[in-house]
Design a protein around this ligand. Structure first.
Ligand code: 48F
Length: 260
């Protein structure tokens, strides 16, 4: 065994993964809970799903639990999604369950990839491809270039739909709205900005506002709050899971896979 055999194995496998991503059915930006759930359900149905994650570790805001205490809370009505992703939980009280944040994050990541989702870490979406009033893909770059402000030109992926699952940052919609004279599907045509904490209202709104915000561009999870002016909710995650599930349903109705 030579070192270059290791190198060749990595290069060939990575390039094959990238080739698969170049014409994705759906590109989801952000590997937090909502993006992972949406991606998992869609991949299970035969969609070619790419998730881009700018950090080293997928999992988004799950890992830190609540203020570093390592459990998160989920409403009972979302436990079916935990079951679908084979994630254990403990009943707590008042219709809530507790989930170990580390089991939750690693379980979602593992099950999403097992269902066929192609996740690229250290890869960020820095812009969108837009043609004739429709989002048709993403402009991507290595996160390390961005972090170090290096002048590295990006590559592109095409997709039938792109999802902003970037959480509080709503990075994709924010950049899209800033760079282009576009009218989003919001009351002002622009992102409305996130409001202070109000867990119960916030949880319902995240699901309600999971939607197509511009032709070909969808939002799910916490980015819906930033785009549609919802409240934040802290370390309760049922809304994120239900938002991901709803998004998968919307996308099944909106687009058929390239392969069909
Ligand atoms: O924030 P995040 O976990 O998104 P989410 O699915 O879940 C929100 C909760 O974690 C939490 C909450 C719970 O109730 O309020 O905040 O809405 O994950 C978003 C991921 O997107 C990545 C970011 O690193 C994070 O892992 N991300 C953000 N911008 C980009 C990106 C970008 N431009 N390109 C690639 N990844």
């Amino acid at each position: 065994m030579r070192e270059i055999d290791i190198t060749r194995g990595i290069i060939e496998s990575h390039v094959a993964s990238l080739q698969r991503a170049v014409e994705s059915d759906v590109v989801i930006v952000g590997a937090g809970p909502s993006g992972l759930v949406a991606g998992g359900y869609l991949a299970e149905k035969g969609y070619n799903i790419t998730i881009l994650e700018k950090r080293l570790s997928p999992g988004g805001g799950i890992w830190g639990g609540g203020m570093g205490y390592k459990y998160v809370i989920i409403q009972h009505e979302a436990t079916k999604i935990l079951d679908d992703f084979d994630i254990p939980y403990e009943s707590y009280d008042k219709g809530l369950v507790c989930v170990d944040a580390i089991t939750f994050a690693s379980g979602l990541i593992f099950q999403a990839t097992k269902k066929g989702v192609n996740i690229f870490n250290l890869t960020m979406c820095e812009d969108l491809l837009v043609r004739e009033g429709r989002v048709v893909g993403v402009v991507i770059n290595n996160s390390l270039a961005e972090i170090n402000h290096l002048p590295v030109d990006p590559l592109t992926l095409e997709a039938r739909a792109v999802v902003d699952a970037t959480g509080h940052e709503h990075d994709v919609v924010r950049t899209f709205s800033r760079k282009n004279d576009v009218e989003l599907n919001t009351p002002t045509g622009k992102p409305l900005g996130e409001r202070s904490m109000f867990a119960q209202t916030a949880e319902a709104a995240v699901v309600e506002n999971t939607a197509e915000v511009y032709p070909g561009l969808f939002v799910c999870g916490m980015s819906t709050a930033a785009v549609y002016g919802g409240y934040r909710m802290g370390p309760i995650f049922g809304g994120m899971l239900l938002s991901g599930e709803k998004l998968a349903g919307l996308l099944v109705n909106a687009c058929t896979p390239f392969s069909q």
